[in-house]
Structure formats: C-alpha cells, structure tokens
Design a protein around this ligand. Structure first.
Ligand code: NAD
Length: 320
C-alpha cells in the first residue's frame, strides 16, 4: 500500500518507517494542498493534521484513496460528505490529551488572572506598579464550562482543584459526573449570566457555529473572561471584538480563532484579528493546546493503530 503522511516531524517519520517497513511511504512536512497533491496521486492511505483541508478539489485528485486518518480529535477540516460519496473511510484520534487541552485552557485563564508574562515585562522591565496588573483569585469564582465531554470534564476537575464553583451547559447532560464532581447543569443564558470565566469545549457543528454571537454575548456577565480552546468558529469574532471594545468582557484567552489559517499559514490578518492580537487583555496561542511531549506520542500511536486495524479490515476510531 502507498501511505502518505503530511505535516510530519522527524521523530514521527522514524517511528512510522520502522512500523510500516513493507509499505511504500511518502512524508512531507508541508500541509497537503491542491498544489502538492499530485505528489501522492496514487496514495491509498492518507494521514494529515488539521491544517490540511481535505475537500472535493483534493479528493478529486486522489482516485485510489481508501482511508484518511487525521492525527487530531477534530475532523472539521475533512469533507465527510465528499468522503462518503467516494467510500473513503475516515478515522481520528478520539482521545489523546483531554488533560493536555484542559491544562492549556487553565494556562490561558492564569495568564489573565495572574498576568505571569505581563507582570514580568511590565513590572520588571517597564517599572509599572504591581497594582496596575489587575490580578484576581480563581478561588470561589464561577466558571461556566460549555461542553462537558472529555476536555470539559478534565477542565471541571482542574477548576475544582482551584476551589471554583462550576456551572455547565451541554446538550447531553452527564448527571452522574455532575453529582460526583459537584457541578450544576444550567441552560446557556443562565451560564453566561452567572459565570466569571466562560470556557468553551464543544465540538464544532452547525449548532455550535457562532454559539457565542452578538445575541448570546448580551447574556454574558459584565467583566467576564472568555476562553476558547475548542474551535475558532464557535465564537463570532465580530461579536467578540464588539464585547471587548465595549468592555462587556474584560479579556479573552484564545487558542483558536475563526480563519486562524490567516495567522498560522498566510500571515495576512483581518482588522478584527489585528485588534485581537494587539489587545493587552487577549492572549492568543497558535492552536497549540493539544501539544505536549506525552500527547503527541499518544496521537502517533493511535494513528499507527488506526492504519494497522484498517489493513486487517477491522477499522477502528471511525467517524460515521
Ligand atoms: P467531546 O466529543 O468529548 O465533547 C464535546 C461535547 O460537546 C460533548 O459533550 C457534546 O455533547 C457537546 N456538544 C455537542 N454539540 C453541542 C451543542 N450544540 N451544545 C452544547 N454542547 C454540545 O470532545 P472533546 O474531546 O472534549 O473536544 C472538545 C473540543 O476541543 C472540540 O471542539 C475539539 O475539536 C477541541 N480540541 C481542540 C484542541 C486544540 O489543540 N485546541 C485539541 C483537541 C480538541
């Protein structure tokens, strides 16, 4: 079989070469695009990360493709409808680091509550008084967790360690976890009205696209902070900018952003993105919440299992 891997790192190549010795392998550090897809025109198995957008134009040029295994949990970069039409199996890495992403969400929260990097710069270098750093405690604050799946649960666990009150919203309530971990499900407007910190952990679907929009921002408690480590389009950027400009919210921690490719790949920012990236109360990390030494190893090993299982006609981690 020809197996092609895009967006790979040297250590991954070594591991993959050892595992799939008897197959024809192709590796590229680049993302897969219409410009380079010709290099793998005969490939039967394809593995990408989230920056490669697998749409009709790409699939039209891969007539032998049978399996796409994304090295991510999210799969909104793959056109499932186009894959279904062609009988291409798609699988993902359903869980590799719920703690990793939740820890990152708290890194962003702590940037806003403890101002670690800002204090270092402003107080040490620019000699600003500490009192201007606007730090606050997390203990006894209310955190609203939107999406109580794997990462949401892990975030609740961490929040409890900080002594926070937890409100949650999800279309599927995990009442057992709510009882064990002592948190409360409420509807979205109530969560937004009562939370000092709102953290997003939903999947990106038609229902969650722009879940935070101009209308729902009206419910948000004045001075709240918003954390997004889920997917950029869950927040309407225009509405977020408006909420910051009007001081409706006091800050945001964003690992993801609508049209983040503009920032990550093309270095071409929209006016709203420029505003967000230059705002002193907005912390942006470039979709790096998934990354830790341990999590990337788990991603690779699950991807290897996905391919091995497919090769013996027992595909696992299928996206339906
Ligand atoms: P999960 O499937 O375990 O949980 C998602 C939750 O969202 C589920 O409980 C589901 O019921 C809920 N949900 C779905 N539709 C909803 C709706 N309309 N309203 C309310 N709740 C809804 O997923 P997860 O593994 O916890 O991942 C959560 C998010 O984090 C996803 O968007 C994923 O793509 C993202 N993620 C980001 C990174 C990163 O590096 N930033 C890494 C991994 C995952």
């Amino acid at each position: 079989m020809q197996i092609s891997f895009f967006e790979t790192h040297p250590w991954e190549k070594e591991e993959l070469k050892k595992t799939f010795k008897s197959h024809k392998l192709f590796f590229s550090d680049d993302i897969l695009t219409v410009k380079n897809v010709r290099k793998v025109k005969d490939t039967e198995i394809l593995s990408v990360y989230i920056c490669s957008k697998i749409n009709k134009d790409i699939l039209d040029q891969l007539p032998n493709l049978k399996l796409i295994t994304t090295r991510s949990t999210g799969f909104d970069h793959i056109s499932l409808e186009e894959c279904r039409k062609r009988g291409i199996v798609v699988c993902n890495v359903p869980s590799y680091g719920e703690n990793t992403v939740a820890e990152h969400a708290f890194a962003l929260i702590l940037e806003l509550s403890r101002r670690v990097s800002q204090t270092r710069k402003e107080v040490l270098e620019n000699k600003k008084p500490i009192a201007e750093m606007n730090c606050f405690d997390l203990k006894r604050k209310t955190i609203g967790v939107i999406g109580t799946g794997k990462i949401g649960q892990s975030s609740i666990h961490i929040a409890k360690g900080f002594g926070m009150n937890v409100l949650a919203y999800d279309i599927f309530k995990n009442e057992e976890a709510a009882k064990t971990m002592n948190y409360t499900y409420v509807d979205l407007p109530e969560l937004l009205k009562k939370s000092d910190i709102i953290t997003l952990h939903v999947l990106l679907t038609d229902q969650t696209r722009h879940l935070l929009n101009e209308k729902t921002f009206k419910y948000v408690k004045k001075g709240a902070i918003i954390i997004n480590t889920s997917r950029g389009p869950v927040i309407d950027t225009r509405a977020l900018v408006k909420a910051l400009r009007s001081n409706k919210i006091s800050g945001a921690g964003l690992d993801v952003m609508e049209n983040e490719d503009n920032i990550l790949e093309h270095n071409k920012l929209s006016p709203d993105q420029k505003y967000l990236l230059s705002h002193q109360d907005v912390f942006f990390t470039p979709h790096s919440a998934f990354y830790s030494k341990e999590s990337v190893q788990r991603i690779l090993f699950t991807t290897i299992e996905n391919i091995q299982s497919f090769l013996i006609n027992k595909a696992i981690n299928l996206i339906k």
